[in-house]
Ligand binder design. Structure first.
Ligand code: FE2
Length: 167
């Protein structure tokens, strides 16, 4: 018997139809968000919300590319994400009570200048670290990324990335 998180992850992977970058990105951000959520001692409910948001955080990219002739801008994603997030969560039997918080995390995970709770902070850090490994940003961009980090383990992981990038 699968729990709802397993079902959600399976559904997201099926939806991406083997797209190389997005499939790997989902798995990596999910794993790292889980680790950081545990490390930061989030409540069990917050950890569940965080992991679901990690699975779904970029779910609107494929939909927007198909619907808007390749345009998956942040604005388009914010417009389409709530409906997609709701559909995926309900199909995986998540409690409707969790949908608003998970949707908010998905919508705001690139809003680096807005106030944020610890759960959003962790999702941002997980996504940024994985993005660094995927895109190898230049030193100016890394300095901007470093300014976003707050959690001790997130900072440590980013420092490890920077160290590794020099080798
Ligand atoms: Fe992402």
């Amino acid at each position: 018997m699968f729990n709802n998180e397993t079902e959600l992850l399976q559904a997201a992977l099926r939806y991406e139809q083997g797209h190389c970058r997005r499939t790997q990105h989902i798995l990596k951000v999910y794993a790292l968000a889980k680790l950081l959520g545990e490390q930061e001692n989030l409540s069990l409910e917050a950890q569940q919300i965080l992991r679901a948001a990690a699975i779904l955080h970029d779910i609107a990219i494929k939909y927007c590319k198909e619907r808007y002739n390749g345009d998956a801008s942040q604005e388009r994603q914010k417009l389409e994400a709530p409906g997609l997030v709701r559909r995926f969560l309900l199909q995986a039997n998540y409690s409707p009570a969790l949908i608003p918080q998970i949707t908010e995390l998905v919508e705001k995970h690139h809003d680096y200048s807005s106030p944020r709770n610890q759960t959003l902070q962790i999702l941002m850090e997980a996504d940024l670290i994985i993005n660094c490994y995927e895109t190898c940003p230049d030193s100016k961009k890394i300095a901007e990324i470093e300014a976003v980090f707050e959690t001790p383990f997130g900072k440590e992981l980013l420092a490890l990335y920077i160290q590794g990038a020099k080798n």
